[in-house]
Design a protein around this ligand. Structure first.
Ligand code: SAH
Ligand code: SF4
Length: 350
């Protein structure tokens, strides 16, 4: 790797640990220096290279000549009546992304973005309506977590990371994988693999590749029990239809007792009749899954509606009768546009 001149210094948060080790080795430094640096950045949240006291002064000086540690500060922070917090971050190129911090019983879950916009164009999703602007870099993914971890409203731990913000993380494979490696590494953000969930619309080859590369939890955005309905709602189904998606799930290694979460947005009349529930139950037969029903969250200009609460419960009951574990996602933060499918990177105060 070539050293960059001062005006194009490298962001150390774009390196995973093995890249940091390789880079420092080229500079004649032993491997443990990279580990010390990595630990300072992630375990301690250090943002100033000159303040990393575990490194000798000469190395700190050399690092500042060639690199920097980026950090985020939000352009806007919105707090929902239910305790959910939405952070709006403006990136260096003035594009915006959002992260959503969700309080749970004594801990927090952070929903992170991996792209500005999304290329998948699911019909019911506001981010999809934006179209694709660009991928986030590794640093831009991990900085969402580092900022939230340092600004938790209550003294509860940040325990879960879900890749359910703006974008399809598997479309941004390389940066998502590097961010996951940083999130899971004991010297990095040190999250348990059970507590890191990638939600995907079903990009089959990338699902297989990611499941080989990283041990994480999975949520699959299914939303329909047949190809005709799914083609309409989730255009990528034409490329990777249901049988290919289910086949991939069978091939993906899952640790014992671990199950896929099936995400299913309930849209009035489109995919939420009891006929759909029976078809879904049959489709998922013998797969290690639990089902998470998400009543549609409305946004301006959307063509869909959520079914009545009574229908949501009936849909759940049908699936439960087949023996599935079925939860209903009470989407939080709807009053601040932070619920699933409501993220469009637009400030409210503007
Ligand atoms: N791109 C990934 C992750 C981001 S979306 C994916 O699609 O899985 C996270 C979840 O919110 C997905 O299951 C998505 O289908 C769902 N979602 C999108 N728009 C929604 C809306 N308007 N109401 C409810 N859920 C929505
Ligand atoms: Fe993209 Fe997910 Fe929205 Fe589909 S639901 S457009 S994959 S963010």
């Amino acid at each position: 790797m070539v050293l960059k001149s001062l005006d194009s210094r490298l962001d150390l948060k774009n390196f995973d640990l093995s890249e940091l080790e390789a880079w420092l080795k080229e500079l004649g430094e032993p491997g443990y220096r990279a580990r010390q640096l990595f630990q300072a950045i992630y375990a301690q949240g250090q943002q100033d290279i000159t303040a990393i006291s575990t490194l000798p002064k000469s190395l700190r000086y050399m690092l500042t000549e060639n690199a920097f540690i980026s950090s985020f500060s939000p352009e806007e922070v919105l707090k929902s009546a239910d305790g959910t917090v939405k952070f709006l971050f403006r990136l260096d190129d003035n594009k915006r992304i959002e992260s959503v911090l969700i309080p749970q019983a004594g801990y927090y879950t952070l929903c992170v973005s991996t792209q500005v916009g999304c290329a998948q164009g699911c019909r019911f999703c506001l981010t999809g309506k934006m179209g694709f602007k660009r991928h986030l870099e590794t640093a831009e993914i991990v900085n969402q977590i580092l900022y939230a971890r340092a600004h938790l409203p209550q003294p509860w731990p940040l325990r879960n990371i879900v890749f359910m913000g703006m974008g399809e993380s598997l479309h941004n494979f390389q940066h998502t994988l590097k961010a996951i490696q940083i999130i899971l590494h004991p010297l990095g953000l040190n999250f348990s693999h059970r507590r890191v969930t990638v939600s995907t619309v079903g990009l089959v080859p990338q699902m297989l590749k990611m499941s080989e590369a990283a041990n994480i939890s999975w949520a699959i955005s299914l939303h329909a029990p047949d190809n005709q309905t799914r083609n309409f709602l989730v255009p990528v189904n034409k490329k990777y239809p249901l049988d290919a998606l289910l086949e991939a799930m069978k091939r993906m290694p899952l640790p014992p007792r671990k199950r896929f979460t099936i995400e299913y947005v309930l849209l009035k009349e489109v995919n939420s009749t009891l006929k759909h529930a029976h078809a879904l139950a049959k489709l998922l037969k013998n797969l290690p899954v639990k089902i998470n029903l998400i009543p549609f969250n409305p946004h301006p200009g959307s063509e869909f509606q959520a079914p009545s609460w009574e229908l949501v419960l009936q849909f759940q009951e049908v699936l439960q009768k087949y023996g599935y574990t079925v939860t209903i996602r009470q989407s939080k933060g709807a009053d601040i546009g932070a619920a699933c499918g409501q993220l469009d990177g637009q400030p409210q105060a503007a």
